[in-house]
Design a binder for this molecule. Structure first.
Ligand code: G4P
Length: 532
């Protein structure tokens, strides 16, 4: 495909995931991005602050009850000739698996950090996944209008906790009541902060060249000016130099400071971000690397969500377009399903409002109606082709429970519900190797998923369940092909099960049993992540 329009469209795309610990200001920052660019498509738009605590994306009842965002949403906006896709990720730590998958669909990540808190547990976890993919990570240190931790300490914290070098692109001058703005290290000027009216598009800022001492003193005061000079001298010796290649390989995180609430530093961030990020990245497949602009349409499924809209009782598969152009009504090859098909009801608006997509390009995310045929990680390409994108890793669940339906007459709904929810990837289900469907073991990454499962089965499938916690905490997929699992000499705390796809695996209570089992069975290969 060498259609120049397609190439131009793809070159304009920037697709990033926004991650943070809850309350760091991710939603507020996203809202401010939308102020600068006209929102093109909102797939579950950001939550309206203050008045309504839940986002439009919080369409699931459980989210409303808990005031947390369970599922990721996607939104698209235009800015300065770019077409930007933001993949929102749920902030709650228990929804990490969904978040991990969302990161698989992004080309870079923006990490929002609360300046008075530094790196928090959630950010650390998510970061591991970004690291696995080697995608660029941008840091926005937020809430500078409140008293913040020492800037050097904040940077140190990121470097130590997350193991990535940092390069401040701008530098804050004071914080809280004494926040005066930021120093732009590249432009060598100070952008002053005035407590702008909340939510206004244009903050009142003034740009002052750093060498204009008189004007600078007039704006930020003598004390702040000398402190800035001292800090810049210190930084000269301490910080990493900016290196675009390092940024693009995810080895160096450019750091920005601002206050999303008062709309300071957001546009500055956006402008640098767009200069430093790349259009949709090539992706690995079993026929080699697929380049977004040099290949016809292809995509992979990174998320499946059932019952998004109670009125429709439907299931939507979210796809990240990896190459070429998608046109509504076109025929495609669903590789794993072995079928040529038309993607039904493609939409870019996936929450309460929906908008049909006529065309979309590499970098974009579309949701399509799924009659139950897609699985996470599936590849979709043109009918003349057949290849598979590298699988999305299944993250190791850490909590397990045996689950059964209370009313035995509802076996059918129960099995259907559990299977559908598992296909979405919200839970993983396992069965005893020999006994078929009688006993179902559910594994989750975060315990809150047990509650989500219970709630959804009751509300969407009308099945009450009982959960019995199991002591297993370590899971290993068996990678040896043609192995007789029954012949593995295990430990007393080991259980043999299989996953939804029939892959054999072992559950252990204790970590040392894993090592013991490996010792006892020469040649046995155990892996912590399942990969298709
Ligand atoms: P999240 O999506 O990461 O969970 O964070 P969210 O944007 O919802 O922000 C969490 C809280 O922090 C909100 O306050 C928000 O107004 C506030 N906040 C966000 N950015 C800034 C900032 O730059 N400075 C200050 N001072 N506060 C900020 P809330 O009280 O929970 O909500 P609301 O009642 O203010 O709407």
């Amino acid at each position: 495909m060498s259609d120049t329009t397609n190439e131009l469209q793809i070159a304009k795309r920037r697709t990033f995931a926004i991650i943070s610990h809850p309350d760091a200001g991710k939603t507020t920052l996203t809202e401010k991005f939308l102020l600068y660019g006209g929102a093109i498509n909102l797939a579950g738009s950001v939550k309206g602050k203050a008045t309504a605590k839940h986002a439009v994306s919080d369409w699931m009842e459980i989210e409303k009850e808990r005031g947390i965002s369970v599922t990721s949403s996607v939104l698209q906006f235009g800015y300065d000739g770019f077409c930007i896709n933001i993949l929102d990720t749920p902030g709650h730590q228990d929804f990490s698996e969904d978040t991990y998958r969302t990161l698989m669909a992004a080309d870079s990540a923006v990490m929002v950090i609360d300046a008075s808190k530094g790196v928090e547990a959630q950010t650390r976890k998510l970061f591991k996944v970004c690291g696995m993919r080697g995608i660029p990570i941008f840091t926005f240190i937020n809430k500078m209008d409140r008293d913040a931790n020492d800037t050097f300490e904040l940077l140190d914290d990121i470097e130590k906790e997350l193991g990535i070098a940092t390069c401040p692109i701008n530098w804050p001058i004071g914080s809280g009541k004494r926040f005066k703005g930021v120093y732009d290290r590249k432009e060598k000027c100070v952008i002053t902060y005035e407590d702008t009216e909340k939510g206004t598009k244009e903050g009142h800022t003034t740009k002052i060249p750093a060498d204009d001492e008189a004007q600078l003193t007039a704006y930020i005061g003598e004390e702040a000016r000398t402190q800035l000079a001292d800090e810049m001298e210190l930084l000269g010796g301490a910080g990493s130099d900016f290196d675009l290649e390092q940024v693009q390989n995810g080895k160096l995180s450019p750091v920005f400071f601002g206050s999303a609430l008062t709309n300071f530093g957001v546009e500055i961030f956006l402008q640098y971000f767009l200069q430093m990020t790349m259009p949709p990245l090539p992706r690995k497949s079993d026929i080699g690397v697929i380049h977004p602009a040099e290949h016809d349409f292809s995509a992979f499924v990174f998320k499946i969500q059932a019952n998004m809209n109670k009125a429709h009782r439907d299931r939507v598969a979210f796809m990240r377009i990896c190459s070429g152009k998608f046109t509504a009504g076109m025929e495609v090859n669903h590789v794993q399903g072995g079928k040529i098909m038309r993607l039904s009801q493609p939409q870019q608006l996936m929450a309460s409002e929906r908008k049909m997509v006529e065309e979309a390009y590499a970098g974009d995310i579309i949701g399509v109606f799924d009659p139950g045929i897609f699985s996470i990680g599936d590849t979709i390409c043109m009918p003349g082709e057949s290849f598979r994108y590298e699988g999305i890793p299944t993250f190791a669940p850490e909590h397990f429970a045996r689950v059964r339906q209370i009313d035995t007459m509802k076996r059918k709904q129960f099995v259907k519900g559990v299977n559908q929810i598992a296909q979405e990837g919200a839970i993983q289900i396992f069965q005893e190797l020999s006994t078929g469907m009688e006993e179902i073991i559910v594994g989750v990454v975060g315990v809150l998923q047990f509650e989500v499962l219970k709630y959804r089965l009751e509300n969407e499938y009308n099945v009450e369940i009982a959960l019995e916690n199991l002591p297993y905490a370590h899971i290993r997929w068996i990678k040896n092909k043609d192995i007789d699992v029954d012949k593995i000499t295990g430990t007393s705390d080991m259980k043999r099960v299989k996953d939804l796809k029939g892959n054999p695996l072992l559950l252990f209570v204790n970590a040392w049993s894993v090592g013991m089992t490996l010792d006892r069975n020469e040649g046995l290969i155990l892996e912590e992540f399942g990969r298709d």
